[in-house]
Design a protein around this ligand. Sequence first.
Ligand SMILES: Nc1ncnc2c1ncn2[C@@H]1O[C@H](COP(=O)(O)OP(=O)(O)OP(=O)(O)O)[C@@H](O)[C@H]1O
Ligand SMILES: [Mg+2]
Length: 478
Amino acid sequence: MSKRNAACVLLVEDDSAIATVIEAALADEGLSTTRVASLAARDAALAKQPFDVMLTDVILEDGDGLATLASVRREAPIMPIIVLSAQNTLDTAVRASDSEAFEYFPKPFDLDELVQAVCRAVGGRGEPEEAAPEPEVESLPLVGRSPAMQSVYRMITRVLRNDLTVLVTGESGTGKELVAEAIHQLGSRRTGPFVAVNTAAIPANLIESELFGHEKGAFTGAIAQAIGKFEQANGGTLFLDEIGDMPAEAQTRLLRALQSGRIRRVGGRQEIEVDVRIIAATNRDLEPLIASGAFRQDLFYRLNVVPIALPPLRERREDIEVLANHFLALAAEEGLPRRTLAPDAIATLEELPWRGNVRELRNAIYRLAVMARDDVIETSQIEDVIVAEAKGASLDPFEFEPGFEAALAHWLDQEEPAHGTVYHSALAAFEKPLIEHALSETRGNQLRAAKLLGINRNTLRKRIVELRVEPDRFSRTS
Ligand SMILES: Nc1ncnc2c1ncn2[C@@H]1O[C@H](COP(=O)(O)OP(=O)(O)OP(=O)(O)O)[C@@H](O)[C@H]1O
Ligand SMILES: [Mg+2]
């Protein structure tokens, strides 16, 4: 992947010994280097020709290479930047700089690692003649035209032709996973696998095996060799979801894998080289977690090379109408009744708080598609279906666990079920976990889940909506 011819590297380094070593190592990879030793020479070089990647030292004779990155960004908005630094003030500098894409290597650094990083940065570049056209923003599976979303789209297009690590942040339901999928599907790794792993959902003692795999007999229960998510994602993208909830030990192991580009299966001897693009996501605010020591700062820097922050839906209400229409169209494509929203209904939707963000809007629209009385959805129906539900009148008043059996016994003991509600409540309480179980068995495949349950696929789809099952939760790729 690194042997593209003559990618151009701009190396800004005033220590000529270091510069010579780096230049030679890059030449071995077929990369040509332009060396400069000052900020003035850097800016002159950038003005003259485009570069595929820039490596820069921090302290230079005429100023600070990091503090002036913003001006470089204006000149070369999508060029990956790798910072080489002997400073431990990087921490503050990194935050102060508004550069949007870089990795950093503290000096002394491992030359092989640096070369790998450069190759990764130019890896997606492609030969000019065969380069895919820049994807149109319209081709993104994401909907919404608010200024906030447009800057998200801009960030996405900046990482399609390289393998820079991306950290997607935003409240639950804002579309983090969708962004990760979009980067994969539109990027240069689209022909490789997309593997998602929710690190928060895995018991701490199994995370290592889940990520890196294990050899037979590595621990009690390891009855056969297993390939981990890193290896499964080889040649493609590994999506590390809920990264903020990862236990400390797993963070350390993950950091090591990211630094070396190699993994070792639990109980395994040899290190295995893996070629994966990492996209991480979290709905937690990482800063306080870093401050309290719950999240490793060095891991944060490794992951936060290109940050993409998704704003909550309430801060981009202008997107609600287009999202609502988008979901109505999707629902119709999936066989639900085709409906439209009356203007006052749209206004009502625009005023709701949407604490669950786009996911909540999506589920609400699907419920409306199933339950609305008319083809044109009016405000009153929104109030019936969504607002009433938000107040607690949901379809599943009983949770399956805990205490399900006691509740069931209680219902069955009732001599005169009141107005049939017990019957329906009990059914719903049974049915939802049953459907969820079938979906988790089939990893979210609704066709297979329907077969498993012995019901029609359309019936399943309808019940999923009515019972507010979230099929997304089960459709993890693996
Ligand atoms: N801009 C968007 N356009 C279209 N659909 C969207 C958009 N944003 C989110 N969605 C949809 O909303 C739902 C939730 O999105 P997603 O799963 O990506 O959220 P998330 O940020 O990963 O949430 P969580 O933190 O809970 O995991 C999905 O069905 C997704 O397809
Ligand atoms: Mg998610």
